[in-house]
Design a protein around this ligand. Structure first.
Ligand code: ZN
Length: 156
């Protein structure tokens, strides 16, 4: 089996049996995303504690690329620090757009590497990015709300 076949297999497997599906009970942040070009939808719920993504789930519908991307992403980021996730976000975005920047957080055997073939199909890039764009918004919103909390706290 060559790498392309293996990657296809990973995507189909996550599409058929998605991980972290549903929504968490007490999320810090909820982000919804849509890809009107393909009809994909996703709702991401996430809880962050002390800069770590403690829990994350997604609910959605759409094509195999969009839903598998969400499933693999949630698995990959759970338990990770938000700074690491931001680097991963940039690397993933660059990878699926066919960029040439190094991807130190993405090994060849990392499941998210399965999406590198998407760069050859520009219309599918939006499908692969849907969950990641929602994640980006979630992380940014979470960061701006925690810095607002700090501002409320008067420092001596
Ligand atoms: Zn799609």
């Amino acid at each position: 089996m060559d790498l392309d076949d293996l990657y296809q297999e990973i995507i189909l497997e996550h599409y058929k049996q998605p991980k972290n599906q549903g929504s968490i009970d007490d999320p810090d942040v909820v982000v919804e995303g849509r890809n009107p070009f393909c009809g994909d939808q996703i709702k991401l719920t996430m809880r962050v504690r002390d800069g770590v993504i403690e829990d994350v789930k997604f609910a959605g519908s759409g094509c195999a690329i969009s839903q598998a991307s969400a499933s693999i992403m949630t698995e990959r980021i759970k338990g990770r620090r938000t700074e690491e996730v931001r680097s991963l976000l940039e690397e993933f975005s660059d990878m699926v757009k066919g960029g040439t920047h190094p991807h130190p957080h993405i090994d060849e055997d990392d499941e998210i590497a399965a999406f590198q073939g998407v760069s050859a199909f520009p219309t599918r890039v939006k499908c692969a990015m849907l969950a990641w764009n929602a994640l980006k918004e979630a992380v940014e919103r979470r960061l701006s709300s925690s810095s607002a909390e700090e501002k409320k706290d008067p420092r001596p």
